[in-house]
Design a protein around this ligand. Structure first.
Ligand code: NAD
Length: 326
């Protein structure tokens, strides 16, 4: 079995590949893995084993069709994580989001089709649905993305469906809620707050902090992606939720408690433009059809995540200075 994983020098993809290479997915202990990653500011080669007999690392852009046509032949499956992933950056400049997330995904799907790849999983996000005041989204809900990031992910999500419908490419889509865990870039909420508190700084809380997100440990997300790869149906979309709703105030409060500090460590900053108020997924489809259930309780996962950042300043400190991809 040969699996090509895009964007696996980043947060979630690297967790997936490390778990795969460590034998964490039964039946795939012998799988060979090829990673294609451009190593943008978000990619870090050190997130993957320096040398592993079953890992091949290719520094490359998913918009580069000749490169993909060269690398893809012989692979049985593709798991597609590569993306520009930070909402705030997409508010400042959306061009790179459209290039990588939309054109890059289309190029990758095309290359999979041309080289006869049997199975593809496209990793999408709950942000494609927009914002929901009450209740939860099922996979049938309309896509109403609000940020350029979410719109570019919605476009790529629909391209995946179109390549299945038009060309019969065996692609499935996952739409997951907010992830947290080790190796997440300190630009994202939880690692940003953790690394700020570790340096004794004040954490910047957007607006009134009422925004609700559903949090899932990266290990649970990756297990769901692998489940969809191995048991999911082509042309189907699967929501992957955490079942753990928290306002940003609650996240802040939990982190302050873990550090033993109070709200004087919080700085209220103007809200993000167009900030979605609430996300909530109905993930009964993947639970009922594929037997998925998250395993890591939020409080336990959060404490372990804080411990990881405390123990690995050499990983995150260079990134605070705007360190580029390595
Ligand atoms: P990340 O920003 O940590 O990693 C993205 C990776 O993609 C980096 O290694 C980067 O170098 C690589 N990359 C970027 N542009 C590329 C290109 N043109 N060609 C090749 N590689 C390129 O992102 P993440 O948080 O690990 O997210 C991975 C995927 O999961 C994304 O598709 C994201 O939309 C999706 N997702 C993320 C979350 C979350 O909470 N982080 C939740 C749901 C879905």
């Amino acid at each position: 079995m040969r699996i090509l994983v895009t964007g696996a020098a980043g947060f979630i993809g690297s967790h997936y590949v490390r778990t795969l290479l460590d034998g964490g997915y039964p039946g795939y202990e012998d799988a060979d893995v090829t990673v294609v990653d451009e190593l943008t500011y978000a990619g870090n080669r050190a997130n993957l084993p320096a040398s592993h007999p079953r890992l091949t690392f290719v520094r490359g852009d998913i918009c580069d069709l000749p490169l993909l046509l060269d690398v893809l032949p012989g692979h049985d499956a593709v798991v597609h994580f590569a993306a520009e992933s930070h909402v705030d950056r997409s508010l400042l400049s959306a061009a790179e989001f459209v290039r990588t997330n939309v054109a890059g995904t289309q190029t990758l799907l095309d290359a999979c089709l041309r080289t006869g790849v049997d199975r593809v999983v496209h990793v999408s996000t709950d942000e494609v649905y927009g914002s929901i005041d009450r209740g939860s989204w099922t996979e049938e809900c309309p896509l109403l993305p609000n940020s350029p990031y979410a719109a570019s992910k919605a476009a790529s999500d629909l391209l995946a469906r179109a390549y299945w419908r038009t060309h019969d490419l065996a692609v499935s889509v996952t739409r997951c809620s907010n992830n947290y865990g080790p190796h997440q870039h300190p630009e994202k909420l939880i690692p940003r707050f953790v690394t700020t508190l570790l340096r004794g700084g004040r954490v910047p809380l957007y607006g009134d902090g009422r925004n609700v997100r559903e949090w899932l440990h990266v290990d649970d997300h990756c297990r769901a992606v692998h489940l969809v790869l191995t048991k999911g149906a082509a042309g189907e979309t699967y929501n992957v939720g955490g079942g753990c709703d928290r306002t940003n105030r609650q996240i802040t409060s939990a982190l302050l408690d873990l550090f033993g500090v109070d709200w004087s460590q919080v700085e209220h900053v103007p809200d993000r433009k167009g900030h979605d108020l609430r996300y909530s997924l109905d993930d009964s489809k993947i639970r009922d059809q594929l037997g998925y259930a998250p395993r890591i309780p939020f409080e336990e996962g959060l404490a372990r995540t804080v411990a990881w950042y405390r123990e690995h300043p050499e990983w995150w400190e260079p990134l605070l200075a705007g360190g580029e991809g390595r």
